[in-house]
Design a protein around this ligand. Structure first.
Ligand code: GLU
Ligand code: ZN
Length: 295
């Protein structure tokens, strides 16, 4: 099958080096795109300078290269897209779909992260305030290609969501939706930690009249003790000299076949083979790494 209409992406956050979990996401998004002759883009999600690790952007791109990945187009950085985010935010605000909120963290402490709506109808000015989008009292659901049906009641489980923080930083939810649409992304392949962000993104897409991509959320990789690999557990950065070995490990984690005599092949050759043999139906919903598989 050749489907040049497919556009996929890998969207790393430069808060650290690429680790095994992010390699799995890069690999799956890459193979899913290339297997149908599609395009694959890389977008640097550098929305949060205080949490950015100096040198991470360069290191991430160098890792992708040494692991044999080739991307289409120029790298896009979210730090270069602020004007666009601001434009849409102002639009939502002037239409009354978003409003300014000056609640302190302390005031919201008792509400488990679900905004109780204190500022909803106060008409506060934009400046020096967080900006929230009103969410409807509705269930949003979708069918994920791996995780199956997923549903969330936005009003009860999320509440009015922040799209720009009080310190002026744009929220991931807004940026990701605008950039996926702007880049014409047809298929989002990413880690299952973002499964419960997806209904929010579907809602924003609907609100802004944007096309909705298909979604494939990869299994969360959990350690034998049940801890998630990656965020709480600091997995080590990927080493260039382990490219083939780590790619093989990532392919196995994704339930894919591996070539019989691959240990000595170059990463580019392995990626080519894996593209020809890619089968997204083999991806497991959940994945526990055996002790021996841990880095
Ligand atoms: N930047 C996000 C992350 O590194 C991924 C965003 C996405 O794929 O939608 O976790
Ligand atoms: Zn408020």
């Amino acid at each position: 099958m050749n489907n040049s209409a497919y556009i996929g992406r890998f969207a790393p956050t430069p808060s650290g080096y690429l680790h095994f979990g992010s390699l799995v996401a890069a690999l799956a998004s890459y193979l899913d795109a290339r297997a149908v002759g599609g395009r694959w883009l890389v977008r640097m999600e550098d929305l949060d300078p205080p949490r950015e690790m100096p040198g991470a952007q360069t290191a991430i791109m160098a890792s992708l290269e040494s692991y044999g990945f080739e991307w289409d187009d120029e790298l896009v950085r979210q730090s270069e897209r602020h004007e666009h985010y601001e434009h849409v935010l102002q639009q939502l605000f002037s239409q009354g779909l978003a409003y300014a909120c000056t609640c302190s963290r302390k005031q919201l402490e008792a509400y488990n992260g679900i905004y109780p709506g204190f500022c909803r109808n106060l008409g506060k000015p934009l400046d020096n305030a967080a900006i929230r989008v009103r969410v409807p009292e509705l269930i949003y659901d979708f069918t994920d290609r791996v995780q199956g049906e997923f549903r969330q009641h936005l009003g009860q489980e999320v509440g009015d969501m922040v799209i720009r923080r009080r310190d002026g930083l744009y929220a991931y939810q807004l940026a990701v939706v605008l950039d996926d649409a702007w880049q014409g992304i047809t298929d989002v392949v990413r880690g299952a930690d973002l499964l419960d962000s997806t209904p929010r993104q579907l809602y924003l897409q609907e609100l802004l009249g944007l096309a909705q991509p298909r979604y494939l959320h990869l299994p969360l990789i959990v350690q034998p003790d049940g801890h998630k690999l990656g965020k709480s557990y600091r997995s080590p950065p990927l080493k260039a000299e382990q490219a083939t070995a780590q790619l093989l490990r990532a392919l196995r984690a994704l339930g894919q076949a591996t070539p019989a005599d691959a240990a000595d092949s170059r990463p580019q050759e392995l990626l080519k083979w894996a593209t020809q043999h890619w089968d997204s139906n083999l991806i497991p919903r959940k994945l526990t790494l055996a002790e021996a598989e841990l880095p």
